[in-house]
Design a protein around this ligand. Structure first.
Ligand code: GUN
Ligand code: ZN
Length: 442
C-alpha cells in the first residue's frame, strides 16, 4: 500500500564538504514523499504530484516542520544506557568503575531485552533510525538487541564485543569462543531482515594478540559484515596501547597489522589522530565516528572534523552519540557539541555540514549511502520529522530566523529529542509526538 508525507523536505544528495552546496542540497518547500514497501517511490513538489496522485493514498501532513532523512548514529553502546551521566572519571577509570559493572548484567536475557527496548525507544524518540551498536561480550545481549530491532524493522548494525583480557572475568571470552560465537551470530543475524552484523573487538587493550588475530580472520572470512572498535580516544589509553603492543609503530598500526582496516570498518573517536593516521584510514577506506558529547564528557579531547572532512587525507566520518560515554540520544545535541568543538579550533561547522554528518555522511561512513540517509527515489523510507515549534523558546527564536540555514542552525543548537515530531522506519510511522494532545505514540 502506498502512503505519503507532505511538508518541507530537506536532504543531501552529495557531500557539501567537497562539492558545492547547491549541488548537494535537496530542498522542497512544500514537498510530497510517496512510500511503498518500505521504500521511497517518489519525491517532489506536492502541488505537481497531487495533480496526478490517486485520491485514496493516505497523506500525513506536517506544518511547521522539516522532513529529513532519519538520523544515523555511527557508534553507540546500548548496554550503557543505564550508566549515562556517571560522574567523575576519564576513559579507563570510567570503564572499570561503571561500564564493566553494568555490562556484566547482560548475560541475563530479561535484563538485556528490557535495556534494548528502552534504548530503541529513546533512539526513535530522538529521530534516529539506524545505529551501529556495541552489545556486550555475551551473545545473549546480541540476541536481545536484534530481536527488538527486528520487530521494529530497523536497519541496525550490531555485534558481540570481543574481549579476553584486562577486564573482570565475567566479561572475558577467549580467542576461540569469541571467534566461534561471532561466526554463529553472523549466521543468525547478518542480513536477517534489515539487520547487519558488526565484528566488535572492544579496543586493542582488551584483546590479546591471539584474539586480535582471530578477530581479523573472522571479519575477513565474512565479506559484507562490519567491524567496529575504538581508537585514539584518550591520552592514557594511547600510552597503554604502546606498552601492550611494543612492536607496532602506532595505534592505527595495531589494527592494520591484524587486518582490521578497510571498507565497513568504523572506529570511534580518532581524537588524537596525526596526519599519518588520517592517511592510513583514507587510503584503506576505513571510517571514523565523531563522538562529540562523549569526548567532552570523558575529557578525551577535541576531534578535528575539519581535517577529517576537508584535509589532504579525507576520511569517511559520521556523527555518533557513543552513549553512555556520550550523554544524549539526540543527534541534534551531537551536532551542537560538534559545532563547539570545531569552534575551539577556529573552524565554523555550518548547519548544512552538521546535518550531512548525521544523515548522508553517516550513511557513507557505514557504506550505506545507496540505501539510507537520503530522501530520494529508491531509498529506504527511514524519515524524521523535526518540529519547528518544538519548545516555546525555539518557536520564538525561529520567528526571527531569516533563512533555511538559520532555521537549521537554531534547531541544531537549541534542539534535542523534543524536536522529533515523528519518526518513520521502513515507511511506517513508529513514533509520533502529537502536539494537539500532548501525547507520544510508539
Ligand atoms: N573504549 C573501549 N571501550 C569503550 C567504551 O565502552 N566507551 C568508550 N567511550 N570508549 C571505549
Ligand atoms: Zn564507544
Amino acid at each position: 500500500m502506498k502512503t505519503a508525507i507532505r511538508g518541507q523536505i530537506l536532504s543531501f544528495q552529495g557531500n557539501p564538504f567537497t562539492e558545492p552546496l547547491e549541488d548537494c542540497l535537496y530542498y522542497e518547500e512544500d514537498g510530497l514523499l510517496i512510500m511503498e514497501n518500505g521504500h521511497i517511490l517518489e519525491v517532489g513538489s506536492a502541488v505537481k504530484m497531487l495533480a496526478t496522485l490517486a485520491p485514496d493514498i493516505p497523506i500525513d501532513v506536517y506544518q511547521d516542520a522539516l522532513i529529513c532523512p532519519g538520523f544515523i548514529d555511527c557508534h553507540v553502546h546500548y548496554p550503557q544506557t543505564e550508566i549515562i551521566g556517571a560522574y567523575g572519571a576519564q576513559l579507563i577509570d570510567w570503564l572499570n568503575k561503571y561500564t564493566f559493572v553494568a555490562e556484566q548484567k547482560f548475560s541475563d536475557k530479561i535484563h538485556a531485552s528490557q535495556a534494548a527496548e528502552i534504548f530503541l525507544k529513546e533512539t526513535l524518540r530522538a529521530g534516529t533510525t539506524t545505529a551501529s551498536v556495541f552489545c556486550t561480550v555475551d551473545p545473549t545481549s546480541v540476541d536481545a538487541f536484534f530481536e527488538k530491532s527486528e520487530k521494529l524493522n530497523m536497519r541496525n548494525i550490531a555485534g558481540k564485543v570481543l574481549m579476553d583480557r584486562n577486564a573482570p572475568d565475567g566479561l572475558l571470552d577467549t580467542p576461540q569462543t569469541g571467534y566461534d560465537q561471532t561466526k554463529d551470530l553472523i549466521a543468525k543475524w547478518h542480513g536477517k531482515g534489515r539487520s547487519l552484523y558488526s565484528v566488535t573487538p572492544r579496543f586493542a587493550p582488551t584483546s590479546s594478540p591471539e584474539q586480535m588475530e582471530m578477530t581479523g580472520a573472522v571479519w575477513q572470512e565474512h565479506p559484507g559484515t562490519y567491524l567496529q572498535s575504538h581508537i585514539s580516544e584518550n591520552i592514557g589509553e594511547i600510552a597503554w596501547v604502546a606498552d601492550l603492543y611494543p612492536d607496532r609503530s602506532s595505534y592505527v598500526d595495531v589494527y592494520s597489522h591484524y587486518n582490521q582496516l578497510g571498507p565497513r570498518a568504523i572506529y570511534g573517536h580518532g581524537v588524537h589522530f596525526k596526519e599519518d593516521d588520517f592517511r592510513v584510514f583514507s587510503e584503506t577506506g576505513t571510517a571514523l565516528a565523531h563522538c562529540p558529547t562523549s569526548n567532552l564528557f570523558l575529557g578525551s579531547g577535541l576531534f578535528s572534523i575539519e581535517t577529517a572532512m576537508t584535509g589532504p587525507n579525507k576520511v569517511r566520518t559520521g556523527l555518533a552519540t557513543d552513549l553512555g560515554g556520550g550523554t544524549n540520544f539526540s543527534q541534534l545535541v551531537s551536532m551542537n557539541e560538534a559545532y563547539k568543538i570545531a569552534q575551539l579550533a577556529g573552524y565554523a561547522l555550518s548547519a548544512h555540514h552538521a546535518f550531512y554528518l548525521a544523515t548522508r555522511g553517516a550513511a557513507a561512513a557505514l557504506y550505506l549511502e545507496d540505501k539510507i540517509g537520503t530522501i530520494a527515489k529508491g531509498y529506504e523510507a527511514d524519515i524524521t520529522v523535526l518540529d519547528l515549534k518544538a519548545t516555546p523558546i525555539i518557536d520564538y527564536r525561529l520567528e526571527y530566523a531569516q533563512s533555511l540555514e538559520e532555521i537549521l542552525f537554531v534547531l541544531m543548537i537549541m534542539g534535542d529529542d523534543r524536536a522529533t515530531r515523528a519518526t518513520y522506519v521502513s515507511g511506517k510511522r513508529v513514533y509520533f509526538n502529537d502536539r494537539d494532545t500532548g501525547k507520544e505514540h510508539f
